[in-house]
Design a protein around this ligand. Structure first.
Ligand SMILES: *[C@@H]1O[C@H](CO)[C@@H](O)[C@H](O)[C@H]1NC(C)=O
Ligand SMILES: *[C@@H]1O[C@H](CO)[C@@H](O)[C@H](O)[C@H]1NC(C)=O
Ligand SMILES: *[C@@H]1O[C@H](CO)[C@@H](O)[C@H](O)[C@H]1NC(C)=O
Ligand SMILES: [Fe+2]
Length: 479
């Protein structure tokens, strides 16, 4: 009896130390080379104004409907309010179709914006390259984009994820690396231009430089926008107190298509993914419009059509950096149980200027009375990934809490971007790419198994092994 007990204790001890060892996440020791975190000067070539009178500038597109058969094309003409007309077609130089949108302008303190054009181009074919032309006469400019494959269980698609980009030399490096990735659309997790770091006229001028900066990518593929704190721009000292004003004037979202009442939160479906965009800086507690909308939108998710369920927000719910530590707790308390219930595959966030990835964990049993308060391994939970490392002028968040908490799988303070490449209904390849590497060394990567289509398969596998075994499927469970 005694020896059995002893054996049990020894076994338990071995098991526990095994667990601890297995749990340990990685805090990368990589020392990055870092350019100074300063904005590229306003008159730099990177922000060049296109030639010609009133030439369209700051051209960008985003998805224009729920399912990917429309785009919203946006641009600014600096000098005159010409028609918001787009001509487009499926072969170069022949523009069979015309669409017309609307223009607006706004003032910000004493800054006067140019004419901001938004034009919805709908009724497109899937999987097709479209060429489009905007502007008039000698100043007209031509671009192209590719529509996604149709909504389907096994439609492959490669997304990029960028956050907290700004307009420094590091931002440029991130953008250039991203553009070599072969990804087809950007999931942008908030904090675009960092124009709010300036005052008076310069706020608007830095929104303009940023628009010209990202055009090299955003005119050719949709950037799916979510708003961060740098979009709030609450500036009583210059009489500007309407939140998100510059952002909302300049960056359209297809929010009506997902029955949202506000451009700051909405959803789209693209290829085999259902993407939900949340606003960290809009009301989200119970009974608010965002809460009501998300409850309904989650019911509309059909994993038999779109296997991949992705959520974007600005503030991460799981992050162990000293910067912005636990700022996501309020939203976690409200939405985490839904994310687990609906088996969200992955939640992308920004805000913290460093890279971090969590294991699949949840803290939905938190109880203010009983004292239950620890995140626990949870196979139904999403992976939480922070990609706030686009390279803005605030620099990197280099201090992580020590020791690395159990929920944290990998963390490193370097600039970079991620890609999420869906292969089919069960498999997606995820990569985080730091800027400092040459073209081919993703720093953190793994195969993601779909939470809906992959899980029964995984359960079967686990049962077969019959034992309390750690699962390294996905490299993301730590049970
Ligand atoms: C906006 O455009 C209208 C029409 O051209 C013009 O009269 C007005 O002055 C402009 N407002 C600003 C703030 O630029
Ligand atoms: C929270 O804990 C209290 C005290 O242990 C318990 O009575 C209650 O049922 C718990 N609530 C939930 C929702 O689990
Ligand atoms: C899904 O993609 C993965 C990775 O490319 C592949 O191994 C697997 O066989 C594919 N599944 C099907 C059903 O094609
Ligand atoms: Fe932020």
């Amino acid at each position: 009896m005694e020896s059995m007990l002893l054996q049990l204790i020894v076994t338990l001890f071995v098991f526990v130390s095994f667990l601890n060892k297995g749990n340990a996440g990685i805090t990368s020791t990589f020392i990055r080379s870092e350019w100074p975190s300063i904005d590229i000067p306003i008159d730099n070539e990177e922000f060049a104004v296109p030639k010609g009178h009133n030439a369209p500038q700051q051209v960008h597109i985003t998805q224009g409907d729920y399912d990917g058969k429309a785009v919203i094309i946006s641009w600014i003409t600096a000098d005159a309010p010409e028609p918001s007309k787009v001509v487009y077609g499926t072969s170069e130089k022949t523009y069979e179709f015309t669409a017309e949108g609307r223009a607006s302008n706004y003032t910000f303190h004493k800054y006067k914006s140019g004419y901001i054009h938004h034009c919805l181009v709908g009724g497109l074919q899937y999987n097709t390259k479209y060429y489009y032309k905007i502007g008039s006469g000698d100043s007209a400019r031509e671009f192209w984009f590719k529509t996604p494959p149709k909504i389907d269980l096994d439609s492959p698609y490669k997304f990029g994820i960028i956050g907290d980009l700004g307009q420094t030399y590091n931002s440029l490096s991130t953008l250039q690396h991203y553009m070599q990735s072969g990804a087809e659309a950007v999931l942008f997790v908030g904090d675009l231009s960092y124009a709010d770091r300036y005052r008076y006229n310069d706020v608007g001028l830095r929104w303009d430089t940023w628009g010209r900066f990202v055009e090299r990518s955003a005119a050719y593929q949709p950037w799916i926008w979510s708003a961060g704190n740098h979009e709030i721009e609450y500036f009583p000292y210059m009489g500007e107190v309407t939140p998100f004003r510059s952002f909302l004037e300049r960056y359209a979202t297809p929010y009506l298509a997902s029955k949202s009442s506000n451009p700051l939160w909405y959803a789209i479906r693209r290829a085999s993914a259902h993407i939900i965009v949340l606003s960290s800086y809009s009301p989200f507690v119970k009974y608010t419009p965002q809460w009501e909308w998300l409850r309904e939108e989650l019911k509309r998710v059909d994993r038999e059509k779109t296997p991949w369920l992705i959520v974007l927000m600005h503030i991460p719910l799981y992050n162990s950096n000293e910067a912005h530590y636990m700022e996501g707790e309020s939203m976690r308390a409200v939405f985490e149980s839904w994310f687990v219930h609906y088996k969200v595959d992955v939640v992308f966030a920004g805000h913290v200027h460093a890279y971090e990835r969590s294991y699949r964990v949840s803290n939905i049993h938190y109880n203010i009375t009983s004292g239950d308060r620890y995140p626990v391994p949870d196979k139904a939970a999403p992976v939480y990934i922070t990609v706030g490392d686009g390279g803005n002028q605030e620099g990197l968040a280099g201090r992580f809490t020590d020791p690395q908490p159990d929920y944290s799988a990998f963390r490193e303070a370097s600039y970079g971007h991620s890609t999420f490449e869906i292969k089919n209904r069960t498999h997606a390849f995820y990569h985080w790419n730091r800027n400092d590497d040459g073209k081919k060394s993703p720093t953190d990567s793994f195969v993601l198994h779909n939470q809906y289509w992959g899980s029964s398969l995984r359960r079967r596998k686990l049962k077969k092994r019959h034992n309390l075994i750690r699962s390294t499927v996905d490299g993301i469970s730590f049970d």
